[in-house]
Design a protein around this ligand. Structure first.
Ligand code: ATP
Ligand code: MG
Length: 407
């Protein structure tokens, strides 16, 4: 893509109202645009990142047998009244139509997915089922000031699983946990799994996936030696105490952002809609359900919080908007390089603008594409290649450039 054709330009300064790093950098570099607190447009560069994260999540969910679908955002109030959510869920956005009918905007989709799936499940042989969607969610959050970490409209992957018993849910939860950890790892992050508190309805255990970042809103205690991690809010332990799991490490306190969550929904929703299946003894049972959320837009924000320096963003290659940022400077044959990259299907942002070298270098650091390639008078028929976040530059031929970017 030619940068001269991008309608979004970088800003000299981050917007005044931006308080967090992700909000500052994503806006300044032209990835997102805030419409109002907690509501953002994803601009061409930002959408490419969002789609890359979405692609990783989709692959991992498909691998474990999740079936993708797309459910409505606009819901009749009746389904929310049936589960009690209409009165109990404080973040639920409620809308009245001009004919006086009440609607809700999806903040999670148990109310839609339970009748959808269970009206098609007759016996235990039809179970388990796991379906998921990647879609917008709406929540009337009181505070929405952490950039895209907490939106009133945000992008989420939500999966729902249906099981004949608790044991099968627990088996599947382990599979999902593994897939979630893969997602975070592929996005360049290390997530810790906490045992958190239950959701608004259930007293059951829920599991949270946490990434350490000062921009987060959760306090966690985690072991310096093993994978033990717990939300500070419910913890019996104190920082500095011995780890109750391995007995060796000390517990450290940290601030983290919740990038995923699993709820054991038990049999609540089957019961609410009186939708069950015939079990192995030919008796009617309600399914044991699990709900698995993963904040895709929040993940994008957390990546920026974790990977940046004072010049801008440093995208991990797996989610970067482009693989390489090619800068055209006077005297170099960058056009030939651009064409070679395109021919080899390498995703390249080509800074062909009529701008100074200083401006191009600064924008390149701000936007944070993993590789920067420069063709100028100085480089002759070679190209200067540099990795974002590293100082080392090397001179390479077009052939070597293509090889490096493909490996
Ligand atoms: P939080 O405690 O941060 O409000 P939650 O417990 O309400 O999260 P879930 O309902 O389980 O979260 O949603 C699943 C995932 O969606 C969360 O783990 C998080 O990554 C993401 N998420 C939740 N609320 C928001 C929001 N307002 N903006 C962006 N992402 C969110
Ligand atoms: Mg919440």
């Amino acid at each position: 893509m030619k940068q001269s054709q991008l309608f979004v330009k970088t800003l000299r300064q981050p917007p005044k109202e931006a308080e967090t790093i992700n909000h500052k950098l994503l806006t300044q570099a032209g990835f997102v645009d805030q419409l109002m607190a907690g509501v953002y447009s994803y601009l061409p560069l930002g959408l490419r990142v969002l789609r890359n994260i979405e692609g990783i999540v989709r692959e991992e969910m498909n691998t474990i047998g999740g079936q993708e679908l797309l459910m409505p955002i606009l819901h009749p109030s009746s389904i929310w009244k049936q589960t009690g959510g209409w009165d109990k869920i404080d973040v639920l956005f409620k809308i009245k139509s001009r004919t006086g009918k009440d609607y809700a905007l999806g903040q999670s989709e148990e109310e839609v997915v339970t009748p959808l799936v269970m009206s098609r499940v007759n016996t235990h042989k039809d179970l388990p089922v796991a379906v998921y969607q990647i879609h917008w969610k709406y929540r009337d959050e009181l505070r929405a000031k952490s950039g895209i970490l907490r939106g009133r409209e945000f992008f989420m992957k939500d999966m729902y699983s249906f099981h004949e018993n608790q044991k099968d849910f627990e088996r599947f939860y382990e599979v999902v946990k593994h897939a979630y950890l893969n997602v975070y790892k592929r996005a360049g992050l290390v997530a810790k799994v906490t045992e958190g508190s239950g959701g608004s309805f259930s007293e059951k255990i829920s599991y949270e996936f946490m990434v350490l970042t000062d921009a987060g809103e959760d306090k966690i205690l985690y072991c310096e030696e093993c994978e033990f991690c717990i939300n500070r809010d419910i913890a019996k332990q104190e920082a500095g105490a011995k780890c109750p799991k391995c007995g060796k490490g000390k517990l450290l306190e940290g601030i983290a952002s919740e990038v995923g969550n699993v709820f054991d929904l038990g049999q609540k929703y089957g019961g609410n809609f009186d939708l069950g299946f015939l079990d192995r003894d030919n008796k009617k049972q309600y399914p044991v359900m699990g709900c698995y959320g993963l904040g895709i837009s929040r993940l994008m924000g957390v990546i920026v919080e974790r990977f940046h320096d004072d010049k801008g963003i440093i995208w991990p290659e797996s989610v970067a908007p482009f693989q390489v940022h090619l800068l055209d400077l006077p005297g170099g044959d960058s056009k030939k390089v651009y064409e070679s990259l395109l021919k080899d299907d390498i995703e390249v942002l080509y800074d062909d603008r009529d701008a100074s070298a200083g401006e191009k270098f600064a924008d390149s650091d701000l936007i944070g594409i993993p590789w920067r390639a420069v063709a100028s008078k100085k480089t002759g028929d070679k190209i200067e290649l540099k990795k974002r976040g590293e100082e080392k530059v090397k001179l390479v031929s077009i052939k070597e450039l293509l090889e490096t970017l493909k490996s």
